[in-house]
Write a protein that binds this ligand. Structure first.
Ligand SMILES: C[S@@+](CC[C@H](N)C(=O)[O-])C[C@H]1O[C@@H](n2cnc3c(N)ncnc32)[C@H](O)[C@@H]1O
Ligand SMILES: [Zn+2]
Length: 130
């Protein structure tokens, strides 16, 4: 249903290899479950290389896709995304926010609460920082 490929937004991205209907659970965000405290340490290291791999699961726990992650970790951010996040029973699902055409790049809103060091490139003229 999806494939990793070079992205116009940044580095690698993830694309639909067939049309996907609205609300489909496309993939879950895999990785090591760690504490919030541990993730703050790791994120400082990751961000130096320009990467965000840590996904907040609850107020106390984070999924670090830098360890044991799947292809979901290559899904880029967009301020006008075609996917959304649905957390069910401790699993972070990436679901289709609308019908997605074959060949479209998958995106979701990262909703980052970090320092905003990365300029968003989701579309020309976007003013947001991730
Ligand atoms: C989870 S990774 C996504 C995969 C990434 N493209 C790669 O090749 O490793 C998240 C990183 O991708 C980049 N990224 C994702 N969405 C972006 C966007 N809209 N604008 C700029 N950079 C973005 C940022 O460097 C971010 O830290
Ligand atoms: Zn943007």
């Amino acid at each position: 249903m999806i494939v990793k490929w070079r992205s116009r937004i940044h580095g690698a991205g993830v694309y639909a290899t067939r049309s996907i209907s609205k609300n489909t659970r496309i993939i879950h965000y895999a990785g090591e479950k760690i504490s919030n405290r541990e993730s703050l340490k790791r994120e400082r290291r990751y961000i130096r290389n320009g990467h965000i791999w840590c996904f907040k699961l609850t107020n106390r726990t984070v999924i670090d896709a830098g360890v044991g992650g799947n292809v979901a970790r290559f899904i880029n951010h967009s301020c006008r995304p075609n996917c959304y996040i649905d957390i069910k029973d401790g699993v972070i699902w990436i679901r289709a926010a609308r019908p997605i055409r074959k060949g479209e790049e998958l995106t979701y809103d990262y909703n980052t609460d970090g320092e905003g060091l990365i300029k968003c490139r989701c579309r020309p003229g976007c003013q947001r920082f991730l």
